[in-house]
Design a protein around this ligand. Structure first.
Ligand SMILES: *Cc1c(COP(=O)(O)O)cnc(C)c1O
Length: 471
C-alpha cells in the first residue's frame, strides 16, 4: 500500500514514512492509493469475529507489510482492549459509547495505535543501527533522529496522546494546551504523566497553541534538529484505526436487529464532528464494503461543512467557542479526505452525507431533556449528535409521509457516537442535569497526582527559545 499526498506535489510513501512524517512535504494530507475492498463473504465472517482479529484484518492492508503480522496483531489487540458498547437511548436512537478507554475519549483508539506503530518503527531502527555499520544517507531523516510528537490540544487530544505514548521508546511528546481552558480532569490527564511526555501551559487560546505547532512544522531550522511529527488526525496512523469502531458498532447492530433472512435496518450514523477525521474514517469503512447507512455530521456553531452542503460554497472562518469545544474548528482538516473518497463529486456527497448545526442553547437543553426523559447522561458533543439525529430522523419520516408509504419506525434508526465521558465537561453537564457526575474509578487515581507543566508565552519565539534551550 502506498500513500499519495492530496497536495499532489510529493512522492508516494509507504505507511511507515506516512506515520513518521505525519504530513507530506507539500503540506498535503496522505491518502491511501487504493481503498481495500472486502468481499461479501468476508463481511459475513466479520459479523461474529472477535474485536482483536477484526481490527487486525481491517488494518493489515493499510499497514501494507511495514509491520510484521505478529507485531500488528499485538498492536491491534492492545489498541482496542476496552469496550465499545451500543446503548439504547430511545426507540430509534442508540449511543455508541466510545469513552471507555483510559482517558475516557474516543481519541484513545487512534492515539494508542499510532504510538505503538511509532514505537515499533523506532525499535526496528535501533535494531538496524546496531546491526549495520553502513552510514545512512543524509536525506533519510526518518531513520536517524528520535521522533518528537508535537500536539496542540483543546483538551481531549492531549490526554489521549499523553497516555498512548507514555513510555514509548524513541518518541518524545510535547503537548501545548491553553491555560485555564481545559477541564480539571483533562488537565491532570496531560500534566501528570512524566517520562517522555512534556506539557506546555500556554498563556493564550487553543488557536494560539495550534498556530505555534503549525509554525514549528514549517520551521526548517527546528526540523533540522528534531524529527517533528503530528499526532492529530491528519496522521494516517491516528486517522485510519478510527474505522474500527464503525465495525464494532455494526457487529452489535447486526446481532440485535438481524432477522432470519439476514436482513436488518440501515444503521444511520451521526458523528459529532470538528476536524472530520472520525466521520471520514467511517466513510472509509463504508467505501471498503461495510454496509453502513447514511452519515450525518453533527456540528456546533462551527458550520463550514453544514453550509457547504447547502450552498456548495466552502467558507472557512475563525473558530467560534462553544460548550462542545473539541469541535470548535473553523477549517476542518480532514474534509479534503471526504471529498477524495467521493471523487470530488458534489451530488454524490450530498446523497452520502447530511449535516446539521446545533447551537449551545439546544445542546444544553438536549442534555437536560434526555437525562429527564431517558435517564441517559450525554456529554455536550454527544448532545449535539443527539439533536442532529432527531432532526435527521424527522426529515426521513417527513419524506416518507409525502411519498404515502407506510411509515415503519424500525427502518428509521440512527446511532450517535458518544465521543467523551460527561465527567470531562462537568460545568455544562452538571448544570443541565442538576446533579453532580460521579468520577469513574478508572480516573480517580489522577486526583492524587500533582500537575507538572511549563508556562509558556503565547508566541512562537517563546516556544522556539524553549526548544533550543534544550528544555
Ligand atoms: C476530537 C473530538 C471530536 C471531533 O472529532 P473530529 O475527528 O475532529 O471530527 C468530537 N468530540 C470529542 C469529545 C472530541 O474529543
Amino acid at each position: 500500500m502506498q500513500y499519495y499526498s492530496l497536495g499532489k506535489n510529493s512522492p508516494n510513501v509507504d505507511f511507515r514514512t506516512a506515520a513518521i512524517t505525519g504530513q507530506a512535504p507539500d503540506k498535503g494530507l496522505y491518502f491511501p492509493s487504493t481503498i481495500p475492498k472486502f468481499t461479501e463473504a468476508e463481511i459475513e465472517r466479520f459479523k461474529t469475529l472477535d474485536k482483536a482479529s477484526l481490527a487486525f484484518e481491517v488494518m493489515k492492508p493499510y499497514v501494507g507489510g511495514t509491520i510484521d503480522d505478529a507485531s500488528l496483531k499485538g498492536i491491534c489487540a492492545e489498541t482496542i482492549n476496552f469496550d465499545f458498547p451500543l446503548v439504547t437511548i430511545t426507540e430509534n436512537i442508540s449511543s455508541l459509547e466510545l469513552f471507555h478507554g483510559p482517558t475516557l475519549a474516543f481519541k484513545d483508539v487512534g492515539a494508542r495505535f499510532m504510538s505503538r506503530c511509532l514505537g515499533y518503527f523506532s525499535k526496528e531502527k535501533k535494531a538496524s543501527d546496531g546491526n549495520s555499520k553502513i552510514t545512512k544517507s543524509s536525506d533519510d531523516n526518518t531513520t536517524i533522529k528520535p521522533t518528537t510528537v508535537l500536539v496542540a490540544t483543546s483538551g481531549d487530544t492531549g490526554g489521549a496522546v499523553a497516555n498512548g505514548f507514555l513510555g514509548v521508546e524513541g518518541v518524545n511528546v510535547i503537548i501545548l494546551y491553553p491555560k485555564g481552558k481545559v477541564s480539571p480532569i483533562q488537565e491532570l490527564q496531560l500534566t501528570t504523566c512524566g517520562q517522555n511526555i512534556t506539557a506546555l501551559e500556554v498563556e493564550g487560546s487553543f488557536d494560539d497553541c495550534q498556530a505555534i505547532v503549525k509554525e514549528a512544522f514549517m520551521d526548517a531550522d527546528l526540523n533540522e534538529q528534531y524529527n517533528l511529527t503530528s499526532a492529530n488526525s491528519i496522521n494516517v496512523a491516528r486517522w485510519l484505526p478510527q474505522q474500527l469502531y464503525y465495525f464494532f458498532a455494526w457487529q452489535q447492530w447486526v446481532a440485535k436487529y438481524q432477522d432470519a433472512q439476514g436482513n436488518y435496518p440501515a444503521m444511520n450514523i451521526v458523528v459529532p464532528s470538528g476536524n472530520f477525521g472520525n466521520i471520514c474514517a467511517g466513510m472509509m469503512a463504508k467505501a471498503s464494503g461495510l454496509p453502513l447507512g447514511h452519515f450525518v455530521a453533527a456540528c456546533n456553531a462551527n458550520d463550514v461543512v453544514t453550509r457547504y452542503l447547502s450552498t456548495e460554497k466552502y467558507e472557512i472562518h475563525k473558530a467560534i467557542a462553544t460548550v462542545s469545544n473539541a469541535m470548535d474548528v473553523g477549517n476542518p482538516s480532514n474534509f479534503v479526505r471526504i471529498l477524495e473518497i467521493l471523487e470530488n463529486n458534489f451530488s454524490v456527497l450530498t446523497k452520502t452525507l447530511s449535516s446539521y448545526s446545533i447551537d449551545d442553547t439546544i445542546t444544553k437543553a438536549t442534555i437536560a431533556r434526555v437525562y429527564k426523559t431517558n435517564n441517559y447522561t450525554l456529554d455536550p458533543h454527544g448532545a449535539v449528535a443527539f439533536a442532529a439525529a432527531e432532526i435527521y430522523l424527522a426529515s426521513l419520516e417527513k419524506a416518507n409521509t409525502n411519498s404515502n408509504e407506510q411509515y415503519n419506525t424500525n427502518s428509521y434508526s440512527a446511532i450517535i457516537l458518544e465521543t467523551a465521558h460527561p465527567v470531562k465537561f462537568p460545568e455544562v453537564v452538571e448544570e443541565a442535569i442538576g446533579q453532580t457526575i460521579a468520577i469513574p474509578d478508572s480516573v480517580k487515581f489522577l486526583l492524587d497526582k500533582k500537575k507538572v507543566s511549563t508556562a509558556l508565552a503565547a508566541n512562537y519565539a517563546a516556544f522556539k527559545n524553549w526548544m533550543k534551550e534544550g528544555k
